[in-house]
Ligand binder design. Structure first.
Ligand code: Q9C
Ligand code: ZN
Length: 647
């Protein structure tokens, strides 16, 4: 058995030699037996954990985890947070012969049903979280997910409530603190992202400074379940526990990724840094997920994965997820999968967030920060009006193109970008984390200009300059050459315009019309590179510096462009419009060209059409010929034709 504190380096290496974390999963079919006594439908149904388990199996991720069957909690561990009486009442349920006896007990509690298997499931749920937390604390596992039911966070010391019989997470936290001091767990952060307030957990650690309880939930000024003031942001704990209870009470439904991530970035993450927990327990209800019938919120699997990823920067990644609520079977399965993929440190799942939080979200966040700043200095700063002015329904995109190829405005735009909520969801201790994330995603960069000549394109990757270029390229941070190269034609119009460029001197450069036209055909050379490298190409194409804190084109924008076809960026450069041309091998094909509004200006003559310089034309012809796409004659005619036809 591993000793306390000796946890971080027992990573797995799989057959590719890739390092993965040792992730525990608890699933036990026995917990499906807890059900309504007469077979009535109920949102907290046995299929909830089944669909999650099946999803993880089908995706092939459970096979890469260490799977446990769960074990029953011991009475004395349950009694760390529950009364003796409550534990024995739940235990006695299994010995009751008749449903009506159990129904009578259930009716004395709020939102509870019971059958002959409820007791066994409740003991298993709590015991499973205890066991998993113990293994993570010991270092036998890096992290894990307990797929349990009944859920726990509404259960109070002396009563079951809100579909919860025992408070699984609270039992596990107390077990580590009180029963296993030798493991060295002295500070526990409990994060509760279930859409409902974790009233039970709050009560159990109300005066305990060893447990920082953070709950984000729909509150609606006390109108949402569990109704009342307990979930208010004024509830900060008491005595030695004062300041160690943080509630983020949404005033409205419909909250989504942007709202939750704002709470993360501006409350939870700074406090977690100060608190510096030894382990994190996550009350992982998925009823704030999009599609949930009870929650009415809109968190996507991507949103959950980002929230989890940010938490994994703490406690050396020791984190234990325990399922709480979540009632849309499809949503909870997908969200769970996204989370387990994060635990395994697989490549981040792609996604996009609604761009901005609600106005009410900023109001709540500001109120929480103000109240809690007495205990957490990192919350003391007033949020800038530029930040909080960004709120729904502000449109997602972005800035007008300034049509220049100078570098002067680069810092300005990157500064604007960093204030945007689109791509700056990083834990700021890791300033270049966007590179790590985007380096795991491949795209096809489809070139139709000088980049069709491989040696010229490689300047953008490896740095340097080839014949005809007037300027040296710095190259990408990651200098790995393209993994694959191929040619394809696309129904877009190729044309040449503008007076001159820094790289090629006097003469037009190549653009395509972002809109398709089936009568047109543009040959393109596709390079398979990482999304990180694609950003470095974008930076260079648009005259920006490559050492930026944020990408021009991240996972959110990738998802968006796959949906919308094209999307103008904040670069303000000539090639600040990304067009998705489709997919190849399930990898998106991206190219960069001018905006639609620039096309209009080319048409009106406001920006000149102009044939390419000889050096530029020769580079393209070389690319087409050496790439084996066209003969020399064909290549010359193709370029000449594109340069001479009116738009
Ligand atoms: N008017 C969890 O998500 N709703 N529990 C009862 C009564 C209860 C949710 C509505 C919702 C409980 C773990
Ligand atoms: Zn819930």
């Amino acid at each position: 058995m591993a000793m306390a504190g000796e946890s971080s380096n027992n990573n797995y290496r799989d057959c590719d030699g890739k390092s993965h974390r040792k992730v525990g999963l608890v699933y036990d079919e026995t917990m499906c037996k807890h059900d309504t006594p007469n077979g009535e439908d109920h949102p907290e149904c046995p299929d909830r954990i089944r669909v999650i388990w099946e999803k993880l199996q089908l995706a092939g991720v459970s096979q890469r985890c260490v799977v446990f069957g769960g074990s029953k909690a011991e009475d004395k561990h349950l009694q760390l947070v529950h009364t003796k009486d409550h534990v024995s009442v739940v235990k006695s349920l299994s010995t009751k012969k008749k449903d009506y006896r159990r129904n009578r007990i259930a009716s004395q509690w709020n939102s509870i049903y019971l059958n002959g298997s409820s007791s066994e499931a409740a003991f298993l749920a709590a015991g499973s979280v205890v066991e998993l937390a113990e293994k993570v604390a010991e270092g036998e596992l890096d992290c894990g997910y307990a797929i349990v039911r009944p859920p726990g966070h509404h259960a109070e010391p002396d009563e079951a409530m809100g579909f919860c019989l025992f408070n699984n997470v609270a039992v596990a936290a107390s077990y580590l603190l009180d029963e296993r001091p030798e493991l060295g767990v002295k500070k526990i952060l409990i994060v509760d992202w279930d859409v409902h307030h974790g009233n039970g957990t709050q009560k159990m650690f109300w005066k305990d400074p060893r447990v920082l309880f953070f709950s984000v939930h729909r509150h609606e000024h006390g109108g949402f379940y569990p109704a009342g003031d307990d979930g208010d942001y004024n509830m900060v704990g008491e005595g030695p526990g004062e300041g160690f209870n943080i509630n983020v009470p949404w005033e409205q439904g419909r909250c989504g990724d942007a709202d939750y991530l704002a709470a993360w970035d501006h409350i939870l993450i700074p406090v977690a840094k100060e608190f510096n927990p030894d382990i994190i327990l996550l009350s992982a209800g998925f009823d704030a997920a999009i599609g949930d019938p009870l929650g009415g919120c809109r968190v996507t699997p991507y949103g959950y994965s980002v929230m989890l990823k940010k938490l994994m920067e703490f406690a050396k990644g020791k984190i234990v997820l325990a399922l709480e609520g979540g009632y849309n079977l499809d949503s909870i399965a997908k969200s769970s999968l996204a989370c387990v993929q994060v635990l395994l440190e697989d490549k981040p799942i792609q996604g996009s967030s609604e761009a901005y939080p609600f106005e009410s979200t900023w109001r709540v966040i500001q109120a929480v920060r103000k109240k809690l700043s007495a205990y957490w200095p990192s919350l003391a700063d007033v949020l800038s009006s530029k930040l909080i002015d960004q709120k729904t329904p502000t449109p997602i995109i972005v800035f007008s193109s300034s049509d220049s190829e100078t570098e002067d405005y680069a810092d300005d735009i990157l500064d604007q970008m960093s204030r945007l909520n689109i791509e700056n969801h990083h834990v700021d201790t890791v300033s270049t984390s966007w590179r790590r994330d985007l380096s795991k995603v491949d795209v096809w960069y489809a070139s139709f200009g000088s980049n069709m000549w491989k040696p010229r394109f490689l300047c953008y990757i490896q740095g340097g300059q080839v014949e005809g270029m007037k300027k040296v390229c710095v190259g990408s941070m990651d200098k790995t050459p393209p993994k694959q190269i191929m040619w394809e034609s696309f129904p877009h119009r190729l044309f040449f315009g503008r007076e001159s460029s820094v790289t090629w001197g006097v003469g037009g450069v190549a653009f395509i019309n972002p809109l398709t036209n089936l009568n047109d055909q543009t040959h393109m050379c596709l390079y398979r590179i990482t999304l990180e490298q694609f950003n470095d190409v974008l930076f260079q194409e648009n005259g920006l510096k490559v050492d930026s804190d944020s990408p021009l084109f991240g996972l959110d924008t990738l998802q968006l462009v796959e949906k919308k076809g094209s999307i103008p960026l904040a670069s303000g450069g000539w090639y600040g419009n990304i067009v998705c041309l489709g997919k190849e091998c399930d990898i998106p094909i991206l190219t960069m060209t001018c905006t639609l509004s620039a096309v209009e200006k080319f048409k009106s003559g406001e920006i000149p059409l102009r044939p390419p310089s000889e050096a530029y034309a020769n580079t393209m012809i070389r690319g087409l010929v050496e790439g084996g796409r066209l003969s020399e004659e064909e290549a010359k005619a193709y370029i000449h034709n594109a340069a001479s036809k009116p738009l």
